[in-house]
Design a protein around this ligand. Structure first.
Ligand code: MSP
Length: 543
C-alpha cells in the first residue's frame, strides 16, 4: 500500500496581504510535498486561511465590510498566491467553512465530555496582533506608557471577560513525558529546549493562586468566531479554532474514515518560530485531551528581514512575492528563497543576494552547462542522444556520484533541511561541470567523435539526475530541462533514478533553449528599502 504523508502550512490571517514570510512557509511545504510525491508517497498538502478573531473582525470594520465579505475577498488573495507560486496543495481550508465548524464543535464537545473545560473570568493582557494572552512577566511598559509583549513587541491591552478555560496546568507532566518519548517532535532540535522550559513552568500560579497558564479558550466580548456549543454568548478563541484546521482537513470528526485513519497524525506541521508555543504546547495538549494523537513533527523555521530590517506593514518594507516573481521569474524566486540561508535559521533578503544567486547558480551554473552540452549534441550528433562507448573510470565515478545523490537528498528532505537538499544537488552540478570541463568534449569533435559522444551522454545522464531531484524546487524549469534531455514523462520520478531509467541512446532531442536567462546588474536600483520600487504590495492584486 502507498504510504501516506500529510504536511500542513500554518493558516494565514486574512487581515494583511501575503508577503515574503507567508510565501516562504508555503513554498517550503510545497518542495517537501512535491519531493514526497515523486518518491511514491500519497501526499496530502493542506494550506488555507485563518479568518476568525478580533483582529480580522476589526480589519473588516475598518474597510467597511461585513466579516463575511471581508474574509471572502482576502482569502481569495491567498488562494491566488498559491497559483502564482505554483503551489501543489491538495486542499485549501477556510476556518469559516461548514466542515470546520463541525470539527471544532466536535472537538469542543469531546473536551467538555473529558472534563477539560471550566468556566472562569480572564483578567490579564491580550495582544490583538498576536491573538495571544500574556502574563505580567511577559509584558513591559514602554516609555510612551504602552504595554507591549517583550517577545513579539506587539501592543497589549488589559482584558477582563468571562471565558471558558482549558486546564493546561494539568498537562505539564504528560507534555514533558511526550517530549521525552518523541525527541523528533520539535525540529530543528535547537528549539526543543525552549519548549521544554515553557512546559516545565505550566503549573506555576498567579499571586492570586489561580493557574497562571490555563488557557482561555472562548471569548465573550465579540461575535466573530465559532459559537461555543450550548453557550452562544461565547465564541471559540481563535487559536483553538485555527489549530483544529489540521484535523478538519483530514475528515475530523469522522475518526473512523479512511482519510483520518491514514493521514492523522500529520507528518509535519510547518510553522514560523513565532507560533511555536501554540503548536508544541497548546496543540498536543488539546489533542491528547480530546483522545487524539499529536502530530509527528512541528518544524519551526526562522524569519526573513529585509536588508537588515524587520519587515512590517508600518515600515512599508514588506516584500511582495509577486514583485520577485515578476523581476526574477517564478522558479528563480522559488530557488532563491529555499537556498538563501539554512532552513530553520533567520536570514536577510537583499536584491544583491537574489541577483547573485540566480545568475551564479542558475544562469551561469546549471543553465549554461545544460545549454552548452545540449547544443553540442545538436551540432555534432544530429540532435540525437549518442550511444555511449565503454565507460572510463572517470565516467563511472561521475555516474556513481550522481546515483549517490538521491539518498542524501531524501535524508535532508526528511529532516526538512531543505537548503541541504539543494546543496547536495548543487554538489552534483559542480561535479558535472568539473567532469565536463576536464573531459573537454568539444576538443574531440574531429579526432574522436565516439569518445565525445560518451562524454556528452554521461553529462546528459548526470543532468537528468539533477533535473529529477530539482523538480520539487523548480518544477517548470526542470521539466523543460528533462524535455530537452529527451527523458520520457513517465521516467521523472525518484524511482527512475536507476541505471534502468537512464536516457535512451538514439532518442531525438528537441532544440535546446535558454532555461535560465542572465540578469544585468543595472536592473538593481540601490535605494532606501522604504522607497524601493520593488517592495511593498504595489503589484499585489487586490491591494
Ligand atoms: N493564523 C496564525 C497561524 C495559525 S496556524 C494554526 C498566524 N498567521 S500569520 O499570517 O500571522 O502568520 C503565518 C506564518 O507566516 C507564520 O508561520 C509566521 O511565522 C510566518 N511569517 C510571518 N512573517 C514572517 C517573516 N518575516 N519571515 C518568515 N516567516 C514569517 O500566525
Amino acid at each position: 500500500m502507498t504510504k501516506s504523508y500529510y504536511i500542513t502550512t500554518p493558516i494565514y490571517y486574512v487581515n494583511a496581504p501575503p508577503h515574503l514570510g507567508s510565501a516562504y512557509t508555503t513554498l517550503a511545504c510545497d518542495v517537501i510535498a512535491r519531493f514526497k510525491r515523486l518518491d511514491g508517497f500519497d501526499v496530502t498538502f493542506l494550506t488555507g486561511t485563518d479568518e476568525h478573531g478580533k483582529k480580522v473582525a476589526d480589519s473588516a470594520k475598518e474597510e467597511g465590510l461585513t466579516p463575511e465579505a471581508f474574509t471572502d475577498k482576502y482569502s481569495q488573495i491567498f488562494r491566488d498566491l498559491t497559483k502564482a507560486l505554483n503551489i501543489s496543495n491538495d486542499d485549501f481550508i477556510r476556518t469559516t467553512e461548514e466542515r470546520h465548524h463541525k470539527a471544532c464543535e466536535a472537538m469542543w464537545n469531546k473536551l467538555e465530555e473529558n472534563n477539560q473545560i471550566y468556566l472562569g473570568v480572564y483578567k490579564g493582557w491580550y495582544a490583538k496582533s498576536d491573538e495571544a494572552y500574556y502574563t505580567d512577566d511577559e509584558v513591559e511598559v514602554r516609555a510612551d506608557n504602552k504595554v507591549i509583549c517583550k517577545a513579539s513587541g506587539k501592543e497589549c491591552v488589559w482584558e477582563e471577560e468571562p471565558c471558558y478555560f482549558f486546564p493546561l496546568s494539568k498537562w505539564k507532566d504528560r507534555l514533558l513525558q511526550f517530549f521525552d518519548e518523541k525527541p523528533d517532535f520539535i525540529f530543528p532540535r535547537s528549539r526543543r529546549e525552549e519548549v521544554i522550559n515553557m512546559a516545565k513552568a505550566l503549573d506555576e500560579k498567579k499571586p492570586t493562586g489561580e493557574p497562571k497558564y490555563d488557557i482561555p479558550i472562548s471569548r465573550s466580548k465579540f461575535k466573530w468566531g465559532i459559537p461555543v456549543p450550548g453557550h452562544p454568548d461565547h465564541v471559540m478563541y481563535v487559536w483553538i479554532d485555527a489549530l483544529a484546521n489540521y484535523i478538519t482537513g483530514v475528515g475530523y470528526p469522522d475518526v473512523e474514515s479512511e482519510s483520518f485513519k491514514n493521514k492523522w497524525p500529520a507528518d509535519v506541521h510547518m510553522i514560523g518560530k513565532d507560533i511555536l508555543k501554540f503548536h508544541t504546547i497548546y496543540w498536543p495538549a488539546f489533542l491528547m485531551a480530546a483522545n487524539l494523537e499529536p502530530p509527528k513533527r512541528v518544524f519551526a523555521h526562522g524569519w526573513w528581514t529585509n536588508e537588515g530590517q524587520k519587515m512590517s506593514k508600518s515600515l512599508g518594507n514588506t516584500i511582495s512575492p509577486y514583485d520577485l516573481i515578476q523581476t526574477y521569474g517564478l522558479d528563480q524566486t522559488r530557488f532563491f528563497l529555499m537556498r538563501a540561508f539554512p532552513f530553520g535559521k533567520d536570514g536577510d533578503f537583499s536584491e544583491k543576494a537574489i541577483f547573485e544567486r540566480v545568475n551564479t547558480c542558475l544562469a551561469n551554473g546549471l543553465g549554461n552547462l545544460a545549454l552548452r552540452s545540449l547544443t553540442m549534441l545538436q551540432k555534432s550528433f544530429d540532435g540525437k542522444m549518442p550511444v555511449p562507448d565503454d565507460l572510463t573510470s572517470n565516467d563511472q565515478k561521475q555516474l556513481e556520484k550522481m546515483h549517490g545523490l538521491v539518498d542524501d537528498v531524501r535524508k535532508s528532505i526528511d529532516k526538512q533541511a531543505i537548503h541541504s537538499a539543494l546543496d547536495e544537488i548543487w554538489d552534483g552540478v559542480s561535479a558535472t561541470s568539473k567532469y565536463f570541463t576536464n573531459q573537454s568534449p568539444w576538443k574531440l569533435a574531429e579526432t574522436d567523435p565516439k569518445r565525445m559522444g560518451t562524454i556528452l551522454y554521461v553529462t546528459a545522464e548526470s543532468l537528468r539526475h539533477i533535473a529529477v531531484l530539482a523538480q520539487p524546487f523548480m518544477p517548470d524549469s526542470m521539466n523543460k530541462m528533462l524535455d530537452q534531455l529527451g527523458a520520457p514523462s513517465d521516467k521523472r520520478t525518484i524511482a527512475s533514478l536507476t541505471w534502468e531509467g537512464a536516457l535512451k541512446p538514439d532518442t531525438a532531442l528537441p532544440l535546446p533553449t535558454v532555461i535560465f536567462p542572465r540578469y544585468e546588474m543595472k536592473e538593481l536600483v540601490p535605494q532606501e528599502p522604504k522607497k524601493r520600487a520593488r517592495v511593498g504590495n504595489s503589484r499585489m492584486p487586490g491591494f
